[in-house]
Write a new protein. Structure first.
Length: 333
């Protein structure tokens, strides 16, 4: 307890010294810390060993409680080359029911993550993959399924809305580097290539005092598309990327985006929007009812969709739903 109070006191003193580009989503201050000293290096190594053991224990406990076979577990500590230093702990298992379900259990336990520590769980196959509102996410072997877990402090709840956009942007950036083709962002959480779905994002968070524990899950079709309306990168380039390398590339972009001011991310996302300027319908998440219909005018400062009921009308903010191009007869009503 006293160590926690000491860390909180030190944080309150150090944070004002940080130069943070507001409103950034995820920031880390190291000013005044000599990370090159022998003592600092030993401290960092000890922290890494503790975190690796915590991850190992958490994964083994999760599999044991659900009576899932754990064929293998690999944990690597990786440094992400960004303006601010993050330590990435990447854990890989062949198969799991859902990386996001594991992340929720991780969030529900006090794992003692430091602000510069990020945990990534990756697998080759999910047996019960999850999408929005617990919808099933097809997860055949050979694609990329990953969940990033981190802790942020003093975050405006409105900023959490942009997390899906930030993750989708990271997918678009990684795909561009690998294929030299552009991917598009379909509000609110999908990435498309050649008018077919390539990737989906699922974000959840919980708060504890000033801390926000965040889980960002991303699925990317590398080798196979689970449904005819989807596409895999192998179809685009003739060769699928190596999953571990692509995951690290995507994670690097994601952490970079989290450290940037929100307007910079939304500007890049807006340049990739599907249906911008077109008549659209926003359905509920079960695709049972149309919630809104209008001209898609883009995103507001928090990433919500802006729809105008007519060409001359003011826009309305839409906070969630599934966007589709409006049926031609309805678009001109």
């Amino acid at each position: 307890l006293w160590m926690g109070l000491l860390r909180a006191a030190l944080s309150s003193l150090l944070l004002p010294l940080c130069t943070r580009p507001p409103p950034a989503l995820f920031t880390h201050c190291t000013r005044g810390v000599n990370t090159s000293s022998g003592a600092a290096a030993r401290k960092q190594k000890a922290k890494a060993i503790i975190m690796e053991q915590r991850i190992k224990n958490a994964v083994e406990q999760y599999f044991s409680e659900r009576e899932l076979p754990l064929a293998s577990l690999t944990i690597e500590k990786q440094h992400v080359a960004l303006d601010t230093p993050f330590t990435l702990f990447s854990a890989t298992v062949p198969s799991i029911d859902s990386t996001h379900s594991f992340a929720e259990q991780w969030r529900g336990s006090e794992r003692g993550m430091q602000p510069d520590q990020v945990v990534l769980l990756r697998c080759e196959e999910q047996t019960s993959g999850r999408g929005q509102r617990n919808n099933t996410w097809g997860s055949p072997r050979g694609n990329l399924y990953m969940t990033l877990m981190c802790t942020m402090h003093e975050v405006d709840p409105k900023q959490l809305v942009t997390m899906q956009h930030v993750a989708a942007l990271a997918v678009c950036q990684s795909v561009r580097e690998y294929t030299q083709e552009s991917a598009s962002f379909k509000w609110i959480n999908d990435v498309f290539m050649r008018d077919r779905k390539l990737s989906g994002v699922l974000v959840s968070a919980s708060t504890e005092g000033t801390a926000t524990h965040l889980s960002i899950s991303v699925g990317v079709n590398l080798t196979s598309a689970p449904v005819p309306t989807a596409i895999a990168l192998e179809e685009v380039t003739g060769e699928a990327p190596e999953a571990g390398r692509f995951a690290h590339q995507l994670t690097t972009h994601l952490l970079h985006n989290l450290a940037r001011p929100v307007p910079e991310n939304l500007q890049e996302v807006s340049a990739r929007l599907q249906f911008h300027g077109e008549w659209v319908e926003v359905w509920d998440l079960t695709l049972s009812n149309v919630l809104e219909r209008g001209i898609f005018r883009g995103l507001d400062e928090w990433g919500f969709a802006l729809l105008a009921p007519s060409a001359e009308a003011d826009t309305r903010r839409v906070m969630e739903g599934r966007m589709r191009r409006a049926r031609p007869a309805l678009a001109h009503e």
